[in-house]
Design a protein around this ligand. Sequence first.
Ligand code: ATP
Length: 545
Amino acid sequence: MREVLALARLPRTALAVVLGAVTVLCGAALLATSGALITGAAQRPSSLLVLMPLITGVRLFGISRAAVRYAERLVTHDVTLRLVARVRARVLERLVPLAPAALTGVRGGELLSRVRTDVDELQGVVVRLVAPAGVAVLAGGTAVTLTALVSPVTAAVLAVLLLALGVLVPAAAARAGRRAALAAARADADVAADTLDLVRGLADHLAGDGGATALHALDGHLDRQEAAERASARLAAVTTLLREGVPGLGVVAALWLVGSDVAAGTTSPLLLAACALGVLGAFEAVGGLGAAWAAAGGIRAAAGRVQALAAQRPAVTDPESPLPLPLGSALRFEDVTLTYPGAGHPALTGLDLDVPEGAKVALTGRSGAGKSSALALALRARDPDAGRVTLGGTDLRRLPLAGVRSRLAWSAQAPQVLGGTLAGNLRLGRGDATDDQLLAVLAGVGLGGVAATLGLDGWVGEGGERLSAGERARVALARALLSRADVLVLDEPTAHLDAELSARVLDLLARDPRAVLLVTHDGAALDRRWQVVDLDVRHPAPARG
Ligand SMILES: Nc1ncnc2c1ncn2[C@@H]1O[C@H](COP(=O)(O)OP(=O)(O)OP(=O)(O)O)[C@@H](O)[C@H]1O
């Protein structure tokens, strides 16, 4: 929460609070001058010398209240929108290094909810919490100070009532509201469950005691439900009564206290009406605190959830003093072992593998043999528990992460095609690729027909849904082929393709001058140009039972 507040720029937030307080004070001043004007006009003979400044005051406060409120809304929205942008960017900055390894335990829906709903909730921190609290302190304090100039005792009463209405009533209402909501939720759940049981087992109930026991139990839950609803309604009524009644108490106190001074001849009668109505207007200062108390819990909880996610440690981090990227790009696994957190057995044990520059290496093996895990280590999505993976002879852990990933192009087992154009998806591989280059690579992977019908600027649908699974896989492959990487790391690039297309793609890859490390289940489709590494031979299946 503190971090979110730090992202809201202080000067603008302070301006929003000041403008909010001025709006409230203009409203109170409008009421006060109007009261004084009516009293002055009723006096005989009325003095124009007294009435003119009051008339001017009414006009001034009436117009400025609207103008300042407008400015306050502009500034508050500006602060909020800037805050949303900053919070979103900060959360995503923290999430990106976690992907993919440290996010595997988080369900996608939960992640989306944290990034969207929770971050949206956090945007309310200024408008729903900071601004109402600041306005209450600033406008309430000023109103009490101004009242003290007329009647210190009235000012003291006003201060106590503002505190009661701004702090005690909302805090007590929020507490009692939580209890009532919990009781109502429990009773609702019991009523729903009992009703369902009764309907489902109607025949059994009728055959037993005619349903009397079940109906008796349901009656009990219905009574509890009604009691909970009554409690909520009572609470709402009491809160409304206090919200409306406390300002009335303030007005009565002002009339009584200032009235005594007027009767004693120590205060002008004009000030009696001004003070009483000014006190009434001052209660607007704490008007936003009820909602602020109610919102505080949700905002705090959202901040906690986002914080917990952002506090996760990335599986891999940049080295403190990275070495320069090596000139060579030979990949080498040296006695590599990897065990996933919480897994019963290692995914890879003592793997030695060489992928010299330009080599074509295919990993095969049963499902779960560790093929994708080996690729994850090559891409440094994870680090090995023992042994090392080197690029051009240097341990990947000593190299800058972004540098390593710029040297390797990746196509996943379930590749992501984004909701955008065909060209946009391909240019993720190489931002400056020309249309001719895109068309050439598409033709190479057998997508010339798709390029002709859809067009480079054609919309591929949400998640590429306008393409078949095999076409999506080839878009991802084309993206990798377009990149300037030295090593292509491909997880089952031919999985969805028929034999003819598969042979064509494998031939294309075999002719590529760059090194290719791929995973396949179809070792038989590979010709002599490929070095086949069977992980089953190197890593026999763990003993069962
Ligand atoms: N994120 C993970 N957390 C825990 N265990 C994992 C994780 N990813 C993979 N594993 C486990 O590691 C082992 C190797 O998985 P991997 O995905 O590397 O196998 P694979 O050979 O690529 O399998 P497939 O051919 O089915 O894709 C499996 O036992 C798998 O259950």
